[in-house]
Design a protein around this ligand. Structure first.
Ligand SMILES: CCCC/C=C/CC(=O)SCCNC(=O)CCNC(=O)[C@H](O)C(C)(C)COP(=O)(O)OP(=O)(O)OC[C@H]1O[C@@H](n2cnc3c(N)ncnc32)[C@H](O)[C@@H]1OP(=O)(O)O
Length: 384
């Protein structure tokens, strides 16, 4: 379902919003500007880097305006996220003359030409390397690897992380396990496109399968038997923050921030944070984060007890990995038994909280508040 959308995006990113890459027209009577327009359409096919949803919607809208004039389609239903975003973009152009739209399209494409494409960022396909798992010196590193999407977590990535945790919990060579992110973000949390490709059972089916996946995923963190460390290399959002309450140590760069904008998204807390956060930082501070969406700096999160230690970004990787290598040399059974002693009294409670939170979210994902927030994000009309 949602993974299909993401895969489709990665294989042919320009087509996700119905981007007109194959609709070339040739005419013997075309004028110069029509030629430029067709060249621009060809150029778009050669773009190496996905220009992003906002630009794709602009291109779509200008193309439609240039070829058909003002928006003449019936407005798609609220749940038809992608077509609704396309319709909004086209409709927003109003009565812009066809020729102006054609020129704007050509100008926009030339601003995206290969010479102006940045080559610095890695953008991997899910299913290939969106989650990279490596093992060295007794440390299993699970690295979120979608830096261009700020390491937003797709359905497939949840499944891959879950499988990695299950495997490493049974691997005698693995002493401690680390979750971290590649690029400037730790993770922007749940990929908001996870819920946009509707299966035959509609949005209800998406919400139900999402809730089951969430519950299984978080259960795996609750039960993980060995030391679990978060190396928070940059900003963290949503589930990437809430899960931290289930880690045994959280090391953060001073560039990291911690943001749980659930209410703004029409959603509610998950990752057992409705229980762990009040316990860690007291209800007053937990409510500011989980209900009002207050974003914490790394030092604030450390003062609240969510983060174990903050390091300057310039030395973060070096200092943290040196420390983890030393920890991984400690006797593994003693660490495992100590973790069990510290955690086992809470496990039953945590599983019950996880079940409750997952059920509450299933309902939230069907709410108008949540759908509007996702539509807003996808149509890039608003950002958090
Ligand atoms: C099944 C289990 C479900 C568990 C549920 C968990 C709940 C949550 O985790 S709620 C939190 C969800 N996350 C968000 O609301 C964050 C949304 N993203 C943003 O607000 C911003 O992108 C950002 C503040 C993280 C970064 O802003 P910035 O201006 O620096 O960069 P952008 O241009 O916005 O992002 C670059 C690129 O990445 C895409 N992207 C970023 N985050 C997400 C995301 N969470 N889902 C999908 N896509 C994301 C963004 O769309 C951009 O893509 P394009 O270049 O293609 O436009």
């Amino acid at each position: 379902m949602a993974a299909r959308l993401v895969r489709r995006w990665c294989l042919s990113p320009l087509q996700v919003v119905g981007f007109p890459v194959v609709q070339l027209h040739t005419s013997r009577t075309m004028r110069a500007s029509q030629k430029d327009f067709e060249n621009a359409m060809n150029q778009v096919k050669l773009l190496k880097k996905d220009p992003g949803n906002e630009v794709k919607l602009k291109l779509y809208a200008l193309y439609k305006q240039a070829t058909e004039g003002p928006c003449n389609m019936p407005k798609p239903g609220m749940l038809d996220f992608i077509n609704k975003a396309k319709w909004d973009a086209w409709n927003a152009i109003g009565s812009l003359p066809k020729e102006t739209a054609r020129k704007n399209y050509v100008d926009l494409v030339s601003s995206l030409s290969p010479s102006s494409e940045s080559s610095g960022r890695v953008d991997k396909e899910p299913g290939s390397e969106s989650v990279v798992i490596t093992s060295e010196d007794g440390i299993t590193k699970i690295m979120l690897n979608r830096p261009a999407q700020k390491n937003a977590i797709t359905i497939q990535m949840y499944q891959e992380i879950l499988s990695a945790l299950e495997a490493t919990s049974k691997d005698d060579n693995s002493v401690i396990t680390v979750l971290t992110g590649n690029g400037d973000y730790y993770s922007s949390g749940n990929d908001l496109t996870n819920f946009t490709n509707l299966p035959p059972g509609g949005i209800e089916e998406v919400a139900k399968t999402g809730s089951i996946l969430l519950r299984d995923f978080v259960d795996c963190f609750i039960d993980f038997p060995k030391p679990l460390i978060a190396v928070v290399n940059g900003p963290a959002v949503g589930i990437a923050v809430t899960l931290l309450g289930l880690f045994d140590a959280v090391y953060a760069s001073d560039r990291a921030t911690f943001h749980t904008p659930f209410t703004q998204l029409g959603q509610t807390a998950e990752g057992c944070s409705s229980y762990t956060f009040p316990k860690i930082m007291g209800p007053a501070k937990a409510i500011e984060m989980l209900i009002f969406g207050k974003k914490l700096t790394a030092h604030e999160a450390c003062a609240q007890g969510l983060v174990t230690e903050v390091f300057p970004d310039s030395t973060f990787q070096k200092e943290v990995w040196a420390r983890l290598k030393a920890y991984a040399k400690l006797p593994p059974n003693a660490m495992r038994i100590s973790k069990e002693l510290i955690r086992h009294n809470e496990k039953e409670k945590l599983h019950a909280v996880n079940a409750e939170e997952s059920t509450a979210l299933q309902g939230r994902w069907l709410s108008e508040e949540c759908m509007n927030a996702i539509i807003n994000f996808l149509s890039r009309k608003s950002k958090l």
